[in-house]
Ligand binder design. Structure first.
Ligand SMILES: N[C@@H](CCC(=O)N[C@@H](CS)C(=O)NCC(=O)O)C(=O)O
Length: 216
């Protein structure tokens, strides 16, 4: 069984939890609180030198980092992964887009505005850039979704999961989605996919370090 190091309110971690839930794959979840430095301990850095979640232990002491690499790994040979050569590449194209255009802007705004107390004051200057680039990414998505139901292969794939992670919290960190009707319709379509789980959903087996420590 896989072991997933993840943080409940991390969009990158949620992408992996959503894929595993949709695939009905059992796993053991370990909650890592990045705000308390739990991803930067020597023990964690040994597993992932980047000091970040999500991190999947795939067995035999082998670890996989980077949310989209994990998505690709778990979705391989499942209905979440397109079959044809070109459609697989198109899914990857959108997953790279997510990492360079969406996540660094909406993900950063979400982290500092929604998760870090006082984050808005600490990041006033960066916020302007994140907003501008984040809206740019949303416009690219809107244009695509005006004529496609999903991002790749005209079907729901890992590319949608990757993009859903931060797009669905954009309005929690100052982005206004009211002028992006195609994105809003796509968000609702994703939420209708059988087996969909929201960000605050927890798998049955969760090892929360803080609650374990508190009950010890
Ligand atoms: N490109 C990585 C980014 C992962 C990432 O930024 N993780 C954040 C949580 S969303 C983290 O662990 N930050 C803690 C830190 O950098 O110390 C991915 O997609 O997995």
């Amino acid at each position: 069984m896989y072991k997933l190091y993840s943080m409940q309110r991390s969009g990158n971690s949620y992408k992996v939890r959503l894929a595993l839930a949709l695939l009905n794959m059992p796993y053991h979840a370990i909650e890592i609180d990045i705000l308390r430095g739990e991803s930067r301990t020597p023990e964690f850095l040994e597993k992932n030198p980047s000091g970040q979640v999500p991190l999947l232990e795939v067995g035999d002491g082998r670890y996989l980092a980077e949310s989209n690499a994990i998505l690709w790994f778990v979705a391989d040979d499942t209905p979440l992964s397109p079959d044809s050569h070109i459609e697989r590449a198109e899914a990857l194209q959108w997953m790279f887009f997510e990492q360079h255009a969406l996540e660094p802007n909406i993900g950063a705004a979400y982290f500092w505005l929604a998760l870090v107390k006082g984050g808005r004051d600490l990041q006033t200057h960066a916020l302007e850039d994140w907003m501008e680039r984040g809206y740019g990414a949303l416009q690219v998505m809107e244009n695509h979704l005006e004529s496609h139901p999903y991002f790749a292969a005209d079907q729901f794939t890992v590319a949608d999961i990757a993009l859903y992670g931060y797009t669905h919290v954009a309005d929690h960190c100052d982005f206004d989605l009211s002028t992006f009707p195609a994105i809003r319709a796509w968000l609702r379509r994703v939420e209708q996919v059988p087996g969909f789980v929201p960000m605050d959903w927890r798998p049955d087996e969760i090892d929360d370090r803080a609650s374990l420590a508190a009950s010890a």
